[in-house]
Design a protein. Sequence first.
Length: 147
Amino acid sequence: MTKLPADAWVMVGDGEKALFLKNEGDEVYPNLVVVRTMEQSNPSTREQGTDAPGRLKDGPGHHSSAVEEADWHRLEKERFAKDIAERLYKAAHKGQYRHLVVAAPPQVLGELRKALHKEVSERILFDVPKELTNHPVNEIEKALTSH
């Protein structure tokens, strides 16, 4: 059973929403309280992209190749992961937390790890590769302490 120290922060996020929680309890009886939320609208690529994929000339003549359409949804998830990383860096720099736990789906967790500043990475106790953003706080507490 994993322990969550008093005053530790927990960031639970996905590609559209992030919850920043603080353990106002102790290691035995955690009590997560929401400190901040971040949200962004991230519709599917189909809803975001309006142009047809482009084409490139393959050389002399009339032949051209299609260019793969941008995955706008994925790009927005990457941008949001960078926004979360920046928020965590600012909070760490201000001394708002000493310990951090991160819970996010594997793909978002990977993007977040790439974007995290060293000062934040050094404070991570553990991460949970799960989607927990739409769970009630008591279920998030259970998921983290049974990790």
